[in-house]
Design a protein around this ligand. Structure first.
Ligand code: DSN
Length: 415
């Protein structure tokens, strides 16, 4: 494409200015939101491509609009790369995001009212795993399993008991705030005992699986979904992977069941992200994400913080702030003022409300992308500790923000 003759800064300086402001916020701040990451310039370029102009309802070779021969080429490549990356029999790259991908799985496998087993939200699960205010909890008969009160870990004996008692149509394994490995094979064997379909939601850990730092459930489970923008470091979106037997039902549920035209510009960027994740350097990245999370958790524990499960096997941790006489919302606000982004989080058996729960969730995918290692992760723990101890001292928080900016300047995001 020729150089832009009418750049955004000329056409709409207001929005251009706002984007520049956000770019600066990202450059100068420490991003610890466990579900966020920083994409490459190549992913950004594909997302901003002319594919956004196209309608291509349907699938490769079977579209409802003309002029799709190039879209087909792109989507076929995206699918084949995702299949290779996750060793999947079938991949649908069209889901717009994680919840619609999960909706497609429910609609393809279950009838409204069918029983499904999933991890409770405040025990680390996800809204779309059966929360009563979400479509999942409204449309299906959810039975929610919990983590053990003492260890805060999933107890497979309890999952088995619930499965034998409830005989669900489908069992979900997956989470948005759980820091330990999932025993995929144990889930599969329980599901086989009761004749349930296995559904894995690996949105948080897909990049760690793609980078071979965690075990891959795709060859074991019937269906696995993931978003593409978390540890996988791609554009905002999702994919569904499955055994070939589920292909037809899943594909027709995504389109025409739920969605219209796929977002081809985003799917092109997903293809770029799969290409990047197939490179050996991505395996180094995935391992470093975990090493950084373990260094961050270790240093926080050394400073007297309670980390659920006493550590982490993946990229995230949930910090229980009760022993520090703090709550999640105030902690999130204080850290924001210090230039550190995180998300407040419920803890299992929380007595506080979700808007101001007892914990915060921290993750290392984004700081690892910008090149930080274990030494910087420990430094970040020191910043967090100082900010939380001075949560109501704005001058102290501004001073910490200066230190955060200095650290970030040493690890630029886009150069
Ligand atoms: N909102 C995502 C997260 O933060 O984990 C999950 O959808």
């Amino acid at each position: 494409m020729t150089a832009l003759t009418n750049p955004l800064s000329k056409v709409d300086p207001e929005i251009a200015g706002i984007i520049a402001k956000e770019a600066r916020r990202q450059e100068e701040g420490i991003e610890l939101i466990a579900s966020e990451n920083t994409v490459s310039q190549a992913v950004l370029e594909a997302m901003g491509s002319v594919f956004t102009n196209k309608y291509s309802e349907g699938y490769s070779g079977k579209r409802y609009y003309g002029g799709n021969e190039v879209v087909d080429e792109m989507e076929i490549l995206a699918v084949s790369r995702a299949k290779e990356l996750f060793n999947a029999e079938h991949v649908n790259v069209q889901p717009l995001s994680g919840s619609p991908a999960n909706l497609a799985v429910y609609m393809a496998v279950c009838k409204p009212g069918d029983k499904v087993l999933g991890l409770k939200l405040d025990h680390g699960g996800h809204l779309s795993h059966g929360h009563p205010v979400n479509f999942s909890g409204l449309m299906y008969n959810f039975v929610q399993y919990e983590v053990d009160e003492k260890t805060c870990r999933i107890d497979m004996n309890r999952v088995r008991e619930a499965a034998l008692r409830e005989r669900p149509r489908m069992i979900i394994a997956g989470f948005s705030a759980y820091s330990r490995d999932i025993d995929w094979k144990a889930f599969k064997s329980i599901a086989d005992e009761v004749g349930a379909v296995t559904f894995g939601d690996i949105a948080h850990i897909a990049g760690l699986i793609a980078g071979k730092a965690l075990e891959n459930p795709v060859p074991v489970f019937d269906i696995v979904t993931t978003t593409t923008h978390k540890t996988l470091r791609g554009p905002r979106g999702a994919i569904i992977m499955s055994k070939a037997a589920f292909q037809k039902d899943l594909d027709r549920t995504v389109f025409p069941g739920i969605q219209g035209g796929p977002h081809d510009h985003v799917n092109a960027a997903k293809a770029v992200c799969f290409h990047e994740a197939l490179q050996p350097s991505f395996q180094q990245y995935a391992k470093q994400v975990i090493r950084n999370a373990q260094a961050l958790a270790g240093e926080l524990m050394a400073r007297g913080y309670r980390i659920l499960t006493d550590g982490t096997d993946n990229h995230l941790m949930v910090v229980d702030l009760r022993s520090k006489d703090l709550a999640g919302k105030a902690a999130e606000i204080a850290l924001d003022k210090a230039g550190i982004s995180c998300s407040r989080s419920t803890i299992p058996f929380d007595t506080r409300k979700a808007m101001d729960p007892s914990g915060i969730r921290l993750g290392t995918p984004a700081v690892t992308t910008r090149g930080m290692g274990e030494a910087e992760s420990k430094q970040i723990a020191a910043f967090i500790d100082e900010a939380l101890m001075k949560a109501s001292d704005d001058a102290a928080l501004a001073k910490i923000r200066g230190g955060v900016r200095e650290l970030c300047n040493r690890f630029p995001l886009y150069v």
